[in-house]
Design a protein around this ligand. Structure first.
Ligand code: SF4
Ligand code: SF4
Length: 429
């Protein structure tokens, strides 16, 4: 009874804390500007199933894709086992689903194979991250906490899967010894191999089985509450993020509606200029981004596929689209803390531009869209870069000299080149 009460308290605390964190993230995403991403729901659903559920874009690199798929399927399916653990924890039962008979044996068989697959994949991922020299894991933005975060989560998954297998091994041995309540249930192709190394003493075996059980379930509860502060939030957000992908062709840029109206009014006096003062041109801080940009930031897995494909980064420029997303998330989190502790005070004196993302990074972008194309969860770093550039040009009149020269040419000649309109056909001579 005491263990049931302890379990119920821990479980309730874990769910309440997770709900509070989820609400905080939802509130932060809602700080963004509105944008409608609801049209063509059928197409969106298909995209989500292909990209998030089917991990279509991951398979551009088959080996990591297969390992990632193993972890992903393992994560999803082993959660069925979690349901049994939770029911057992609340009601004090043991392997409550064992009544399913042969089907239960089949399920446990699958869980064991998957648990081993997850264990194996996580060990390979750890080696790839820490021992092998892989370009996309070496960016300066991956130092310190992001590197620790990635390793921490891999180690946690290894420990959780190990606890699961040890628990099953001890359980299986107790079943063989006919110790109640460990009646024959399940099929154990992996943990079966550990039975010989476990002690024969009944009470030690029960202690091992119970310790592994508690370790596993407490580990899962901690994992759940670690997600909101980790890049691993993508395991939940990849689904809405792909569903709300922009469906327009990638090369199509959004004009600022108010500027378009202003220009139209200047060219055609019959069109009235836009009413009222325009709050902001472009993006200075995270509130000027759309909620989808902010959802992107929370969904970023920090995998670096975007940066590895970015021509600016490859040629040694300061720009890394992964850093753009990480900076956006960090700034949003910082602003969120400020808003919580200073209700009604919207400005903390900092901004995404300059305090997080430098001008040098912004103007290194070629707007090629390679980052958008590569992202396995359909994130768009380019939209953020363009928004920040719009702010720099339209509100601050700050642009690199080459861009300013082009603006002058457009103003004087109606074209980006420095020739007078009358000389445009000279090349033909
Ligand atoms: S659009 Fe910009 S940030 Fe993205 S890959 Fe191209 S150059 Fe890099
Ligand atoms: S933006 Fe996409 S590709 Fe780039 S690091 Fe994040 S998840 Fe990976």
């Amino acid at each position: 009874m005491i263990s049931q009460i302890i379990f119920l308290c821990l479980f309730t605390a874990a769910i309440v804390m997770f709900s509070l964190n989820a609400r905080r993230i939802y509130r932060n995403i809602k700080l963004g500007k509105p944008v409608d991403r609801t049209e063509h729901p059928g197409e969106r659903l298909k995209l989500m199933l292909l990209v998030a559920f089917g991990q279509k874009k991951m398979f551009k690199k088959p080996l990591p894709a297969l390992l990632h798929l193993m972890v992903y399927i393992g994560f999803c399916i082993i959660n069925i086992e979690m349901l049994e653990i939770v029911i057992d924890g609340i009601f004090g039962t043991h392997r409550v689903f064992a009544q399913m008979g042969e089907f239960y044996n089949f399920l446990i068989f699958c869980f064991e194979i998957l648990a081993f697959g997850v264990l194996f994949s996580c060990i390979i991922f750890l080696i790839r991250r820490n021992v092998m020299s892989i370009f996309r894991f070496k960016g300066s933005e991956l130092k310190n906490w992001p590197k620790t975060d990635a390793n921490l989560i891999l180690l946690t998954e290894i420990l959780l899967m190990s606890a699961f297998i040890i628990m099953n091994a001890a359980d299986y041995k107790l079943q063989e010894m006919h110790i109640p309540p460990y009646s024959a249930a399940g099929s154990f192709p992996i943990s079966n191999l550990l039975v010989e190394v476990l002690p024969n003493n009944t009470s030690t075996l029960i202690a091992i089985e119970r310790s592994a059980w508690w370790f596993h379930i407490i580990g899962v509860m901690l994992f759940l509450n670690y997600l909101p502060i980790s890049k691993h939030l993508h395991i939940l957000l990849a689904f809405p993020n792909t569903y709300f992908t922009k469906l327009d062709p990638k090369g199509k840029f959004e004009n600022i509606e108010s500027v378009t109206m202003e220009v139209k009014a200047m060219l055609n006096p019959s069109i009235p200029p836009p009413d009222g003062e325009i709050a902001r041109f472009g993006v200075k801080d995270v509130q000027d981004l759309t909620w989808k940009n902010l959802l992107d930031a929370y969904t970023c897995t920090e995998c670096g596929r975007c940066t590895a494909a970015c021509p600016a980064n490859i040629t040694g420029k300061l720009l890394s689209p992964r850093k753009i997303m990480m900076d956006t998330r960090d700034r949003l989190e910082e602003l969120s803390v400020h808003l919580s502790s200073n209700p009604g005070q919207k400005d903390d004196g900092k901004a995404l531009i300059d305090d997080y993302i430098t001008r040098e990074e912004l103007w290194a972008c070629t707007t090629c869209n390679a980052c958008v194309e590569q992202c396995p969860v359909n994130i768009n770093p380019l939209e953020i870069i363009i928004g920040l550039r719009q702010y720099a040009v339209l509100e601050e009149s700050k642009a690199p000299s080459s861009v300013n020269a082009m603006f002058t040419n457009i103003e004087n000649n109606g074209a980006p080149w420095k020739y007078a309109q009358a000389d445009r056909a000279n090349w033909a001579k």
